[in-house]
Ligand binder design. Structure first.
Ligand SMILES: [Fe+2]
Ligand SMILES: [Fe+2]
Length: 483
């Protein structure tokens, strides 16, 4: 292994561990792209706080034992770098028709279009979430949460750099054009929206933010894991390093929801409320009732399920066959890694009923990744439910059936209850506000979103964290707000 790869070169304008200073052409292309990125950050990045000092971690190495350091940084001065995990010696393609062949260090001509598409789609999600979250700073429940928001935002910015590096280095002119397009599209824009549905939805409040980082960043985790298996080695190495940052994003979501649930349970107990579904009574305490938390969960989980695409997909089969996109934990799976003769059970709509049908495993890869995702989602629910039961309440948060509220795949044309019972349009319209956040619910949550900016203060609808960031206490000045 190259000894220099672990540490990052900060001497160039763009910190990197890919030897950019000797790769003049790519360095020039990236330096040309840099001003547009900074413009995008100032137009579409976090609103306000651009001059505040934020206690952020910056990656300075790709050594898993110590890769980041914390310091006060103004966000526009954050060192967005290009960091690839170390090259594994003699790495081979771990799946598909090229199974066992040496991994590619250059883009194979025949798969160029397919690869570029995957890099662009992944790249498009990164700035999108920054755009979606840009107003949240104004209503942060604490400086601790404000810092976490900005940490997620600058790292999504870095993930955009990661994908743009691949485009500029390996895809020539069309790569450069795609890199520009990534700065041109806007989340929720009518004329030039982001590429995937969930990334055009609003993130209006902090409960949404935590649900987004728990459920939608977790889709990102699954996609990055599959791309980290790629036979195209630079993509694999890029995604492997992105996953180290991504873990924090999901931590923010999981603990954020834990703290909200915790606070709600404490307030209900203190007020002697025995029925957690007595929404009006709970809301009168100034905390978010559990049924509303379930509705937000239903929304963000189902929007995230749509990101996996159609259950049965020849694109997914092609990406696997060609060695471009593998399965979650591919190298740990015990099979032939070719799947030519295997089947996988897919939930389908058969004569108006939801049934499991065996499909060729290759075309069912989206479904498989989505199943892995759902299993991964369950862990947080167990923790949240533990908090509720420990507080003495008989209420369980749960993942809705995959047929519920879908816009992509098998169930897009039907309506189903969260329990998976198919229902007609009239019933859906009558009941949907029982299952998904209504305007009233949104207004109530919005009414709680009053910013708390004093050091060590926390909004009354959320508990303080159990531990701070970087071993700092909860009352550390995580953001020095410029006044
Ligand atoms: Fe990301
Ligand atoms: Fe993320």
């Amino acid at each position: 292994m190259n000894v220099n790869i672990m540490n990052v070169d900060y001497s160039t304008k763009i910190p990197n561990n890919v030897n950019l200073s000797e790769d003049r052409q790519v360095l020039k292309a990236l330096e040309g792209w840099h001003p547009g990125y900074m413009n995008w950050w100032s137009d579409m990045g976090p609103e306000g706080f651009q001059q505040s000092l934020v206690y952020l971690r910056t990656a300075y190495s790709v050594d898993p034992r110590g890769w980041a350091k914390f310091d006060y940084v103004k966000m526009p001065d954050y060192r967005w770098g290009i960091l690839l995990a170390p090259q594994e010696e003699n790495r081979v393609i771990p799946f598909g028709q090229h199974f066992g062949e040496p991994a590619w260090q250059e883009v194979p001509g025949e798969y160029r279009a397919l690869l570029r598409r995957l890099v662009v789609v992944q790249g498009d999600t990164e700035p999108a979430s920054v755009e979606q979250q840009r107003h949240l700073g104004k209503t942060a429940p604490s400086l601790y949460d404000l810092r976490n928001l900005f940490q997620v935002n600058v790292e999504e910015g870095r993930h955009l750099w990661a994908m743009v590096y691949l485009l500029q280095k390996y895809f020539g002119r069309d790569g450069r054009e795609e890199a520009d397009e990534l700065l041109r599209r806007r989340s929720g824009d009518a004329d030039s929206p982001r590429m995937l549905g969930a990334f055009n939805e609003a993130t209006p409040d902090w409960l949404s933010f935590f649900m987004f980082t728990y459920f939608t960043d977790r889709d990102g985790k699954m996609q990055l894991h599959s791309l980290a298996q790629s036979g195209f080695d630079p993509l694999s190495r890029t995604c492997r390093f992105m996953l180290t940052e991504e873990a924090h994003h999901m931590f923010v979501g999981e603990t954020g929801i834990s703290r909200i649930v915790q606070r709600t349970c404490e307030a209900m107990r203190a007020a002697g409320i025995s029925d957690p579904t007595d929404v009006a009574k709970v809301r009168a305490l100034g905390v978010i009732d559990l049924p509303t938390i379930q509705k937000k969960l239903n929304l963000h989980y189902t929007l995230s399920l749509d990101l996996f695409g159609s259950e049965v997909s020849t694109n997914a089969a092609n990406a696997f066959n060609s060695g471009i996109k593998g399965r979650y934990h591919e190298t740990q799976i015990q099979d032939d890694h070719r799947l030519e003769h295997d089947t996988y059970p897919v939930l389908k709509l058969v004569n108006g009923e939801i049934k499991r049908v065996d499909e060729p495993a290759l075309t069912a890869l989206n479904m498989r990744l989505r199943d892995d995702y759902s299993q991964d989602c369950v862990k947080g629910l167990l923790r949240w439910n533990k908090i509720i039961s420990t507080a003495g309440y008989d209420f369980k948060l749960s993942l809705p059936n995959v047929a519920f509220h879908r816009q992509i795949g098998e169930f897009r044309d039907v309506h189903a209850t969260p329990d998976g019972l198919l229902i007609d349009d009239a019933t859906w319209n009558k009941r949907k506000s029982d299952w998904l956040p209504s305007t009233d619910d949104g207004d109530f949550i919005a009414s709680l979103m009053q910013p708390v900016t004093e050091v060590g203060g926390y909004a009354p609808w959320i508990s303080p964290p159990k531990v701070g960031i970087d071993n700092k206490p909860g009352d550390f000045e995580y953001v020095k707000i410029e006044t």
